[in-house]
Design a protein around this ligand. Structure first.
Ligand code: ZN
Length: 174
């Protein structure tokens, strides 16, 4: 089984969540699935759904956060991409074995027991990459998000299957 499942989210650092929603929610028409304060990360975040992935808007809530320093240095901009993975601990070991520089060699336990580890941008063409393993606890905390991602996934699967059946049938007719 491959370790990487899909892009979970792309995170954008913003100065103000409401202002940013003016574009991401109102102009683009994306649906907000969650807005929450994350005191651990000294930030407030908003998630907007884009199919099987999300856009995460992150605003620093105090000067303690790395996000705050990033915002000061780079201004509002893309901050990281997050890959959902299977078996995060084994994956980290494999990456370390391949000489990949990890910011976290042990996953950090976040809200709802979610497991997170960052790969250093030096090893990823300048992109900060977050690895994330979904846990059962988190599924319970965010049922609507999990449900809608699952429904979208299943409906895509159905389309793919019926498309491939259709193309097989038309090949047979030739
Ligand atoms: Zn993230």
């Amino acid at each position: 089984m491959p370790y990487v499942k899909r892009i979970d989210h792309v995170a954008i650092v913003v100065e103000d969540i409401e202002t940013a929603l003016g574009f991401w929610r109102d102009a683009l028409g994306l649906e907000v699935t969650l807005i929450e304060d994350v005191p651990d990360m000294h930030s407030k975040v908003a998630f907007l759904e884009t199919g099987y992935s999300e856009i995460e808007l992150v605003r620093p809530t105090d000067k303690e956060s790395g996000i705050y320093r990033y915002l000061k240095e780079h201004g509002p901009s893309m901050h990281h991409i997050c890959l959902e993975v299977n078996n995060i601990r084994a994956f980290i070991q494999r990456l370390v074995g391949q000489g990949v520089r990890m910011i976290n060699t042990e996953p950090v336990v976040g809200t709802g027991g979610r497991l997170i580890a960052f790969i250093h941008p030096k090893s990823a063409q300048g992109v900060l990459v977050e690895l994330y393993e979904l846990t059962g606890q988190e599924l319970e905390m965010r049922p609507s998000r999990s449900r809608s991602l699952l429904i979208r996934f299943l409906s895509r699967l159905k389309t793919q299957i019926s498309n491939s059946l259709r193309s097989r049938r038309s090949n047979d007719q030739r």
